[in-house]
Design a protein around this ligand. Sequence first.
Ligand code: FES
Length: 160
Amino acid sequence: MNPTHDTPAWRADFPLRQPDEHRVSRRQFMKTCGCAAATVSAGMMAKDKLFPPPEATEPKLIAQLSEVPIGGSRLFCYPTENHPCILVRLTEHDWAAYSQACTHLMCPVNYQHEKRRFYCPCHEGFFSAEDGRVLAGPPPKPLPRYPVEIRGGEVWVKPP
Ligand code: FES
């Protein structure tokens, strides 16, 4: 196509018609969405491999026994201050400690003692308070659990 003297020379190199320049076809839109979804998924799968969470090495004192009633919970950070966790007292002698970050998209989970479960409000994820397994919703993995040890009147969390 030869440009006429009324048509600028660049128009021959970019022969899009003006009304179509901003038009996005359904196919183009779906391709863009598919590529974005694939990129996000790949990033989430690679995250743990590229940035593994730090290993816990030392036990940590979390609370005095008398400070947490049955059905109660206590928030703490472990193994670093950037890793929120939750300690729950299931019964008189049963304790459990988990990472508080949902394994789906890291929202903090809340403890619901009457149902013995953790609830993630972001996308309706549920985890068992007995062992951290996924009960419902989109989380792909159980909540990471930390062993709890009672020493005298104190509650300690230990490395797995
Ligand atoms: S972040 Fe918890 S269910 Fe999505």
